[in-house]
Write a protein that binds this ligand. Structure first.
Ligand code: 2IT
Length: 448
């Protein structure tokens, strides 16, 4: 229950309208906790139905993707693009290929992306898309045929000043290449309509590293302000050894932290003296799993197949970088009991709401993904800027801009949390700061 009857009414309406969309409803529920502090102070919000308008994406495109596999069998998947909000810039957000993809997950991700993109301070609206297609185990040709069939519809709805997709789970350099190539062929134009492209054809240096590096820059800023301390010597647990987790591990290692535990879909590995990050990054680049690959090199490493057991290991900082809903209340209690002081979300909403509340009530500092993992989309914007001007920036230049953006995001979250009387509640700061910019833009643009 919120203080505000307006919010209670809206949540109930959303639950009744979309009872099956549990991820989307969870995202709204958490967001409304922050809105509860401002809706009464700012009557313009209710008077202009700002939240009602924010509960419905501006456009959802759903389409059939039919393709032929290597055995000549016809396959059919569902494709989606949720164009959530364009108040502050063109729609921007990743494409996810995973068997779990459905409208609830994409609406929740697009909703979160809207506020994440707002926090970057850059002109980027929010979107997300994808398909229930699973690229795992498919041949390159199958992935190419699927990507072309997907783009054969999506190309009508995107463009360099309309909607600029990027990668997400299951969509990496290979998929982006095929998607971009087919868009270019259909439109007969080379425009920076996709980000995360290879540097050979318009990609930005540091884009592959950006989300992971950004998380560490954000963590560094948190440690400095809240603990007057630095990352050197801190013990980290990182879940997920994909694009985000592996690059977070690399930056953490460079900064002198000890990556003591990591996990992926097959299980976890742990060494209290620190894992060998170079080996971990090599495994990630080959898209292999830690068990057995890491264990082949270091057979004495403690490991297990239950991924959630990672959160039972002692650490100072936890970086959940795999996917949504990885840390439940029980894992949150284990983390606290074993010394964890900081949880920084690398994935999109990996922490369940009861766990977030537990961290807040038990002095574990928590940073939400929409703030901490915004480095990826921020460097996507830098890629768009380079494409639009036909320039190429050096890795140092991009990295320095990324660092400044992450420090600014932290500052906004911290100052807003302070202003609203809960200085340790960075989720509250992120939600309010992200919302205010979108709200001001919506108000200025009238009822559209
Ligand atoms: O969740 C995310 O921020 C992304 N998948 C990256 C989005 C982007 O447009 O770079």
């Amino acid at each position: 229950m919120y203080k505000s009857p307006y919010l209670n009414r809206l949540l109930l309406k959303t639950k009744n309208q979309y009872p099956e969309q549990k991820e989307f409803i969870q995202a709204i529920e958490e967001f409304f906790e922050a809105m509860d502090l401002i809706v009464e102070q700012k009557p313009d919000i209710e008077a202009n139905a700002i939240l009602e308008r924010l509960l419905i994406p501006e456009r959802i495109v759903t389409f059939k993707v039919a393709w032929v596999d290597d055995a000549n069998k016809v396959r059919v998947n569902t494709g989606y693009r949720v164009q959530y909000n364009s108040a502050i810039g063109p729609y921007k957000g990743g494409i996810r290929f995973d068997k779990s993809v459905n409208l609830s997950i994409l609406k929740f991700l697009a909703f979160e992306q809207t506020f994440k993109n707002s926090l970057t301070g850059l002109p980027l609206g929010g979107a997300k898309g994808g398909s229930d297609f699973n690229p795992r185990g498919k041949s390159d040709n199958e992935v190419m045929r699927f990507c072309q069939a997907f783009m054969a519809e999506l190309y009508r709805h995107i463009g360099p000043s309309t909607d600029i997709p990027a990668g997400d789970l299951g969509v990496g350099a290979r998929e982006i290449g095929y998607l971009f190539g087919y868009y270019k062929k259909l439109k007969n134009e080379w425009s920076g309509v996709f980000t995360g492209k290879d540097v050979a054809y318009g990609g930005s240096l540091i884009r592959p590293e950006a989300t992971g590096y950004g998380i560490l820059y954000f963590t560094e800023a948190m440690l400095k302000v809240y603990f007057k301390s630095e990352i050197k010597g801190k013990r980290l647990l990182i879940s997920g050894n994909g694009k985000v987790g592996s690059m977070a591990a690399l930056k953490a290692h460079e900064m002198g932290a000890l990556v003591v535990g990591m996990s992926d879909i097959e299980g976890y590995i742990y060494n209290p003296d620190g894992l060998d990050v170079d080996t971990i990054v090599k495994i990630a680049r080959k898209q292999k799993t830690l068990r057995p690959q890491y264990l082949t090199v270091y057979p004495d490493t403690l490991s297990g197949e239950d991924v959630s057991d990672l959160w039972k290991m002692p650490c100072d900082i936890a970086l959940p970088c795999a996917t949504q809903d990885e840390i439940n209340l029980e894992s949150a209690k284990h983390l606290k009991a074993n010394g964890c002081q900081l949880v920084v979300e690398g994935a999109n909403r990996p922490t369940e709401l009861p766990a977030i509340r537990y961290f807040n009530e038990n002095s574990v500092l928590f940073a939400p993904g929409k703030a901490a993992n915004a480095g990826g989309v921020a460097v996507s914007n830098l890629e768009m800027s380079q494409n639009a001007t036909y320039l190429v920036w050096s890795a140092e230049e991009v990295d320095a801009k990324l660092k400044t953006i992450m420090q600014n995001i932290f500052k906004q979250c911290y100052e807003t949390a302070h202003k609203y009387g809960q200085p340790n509640n960075l989720a509250l700061g992120a939600n309010i700061a992200g919302f205010l910019r979108v709200y001001k833009a919506m108000l200025a643009q009238g009822i559209v």
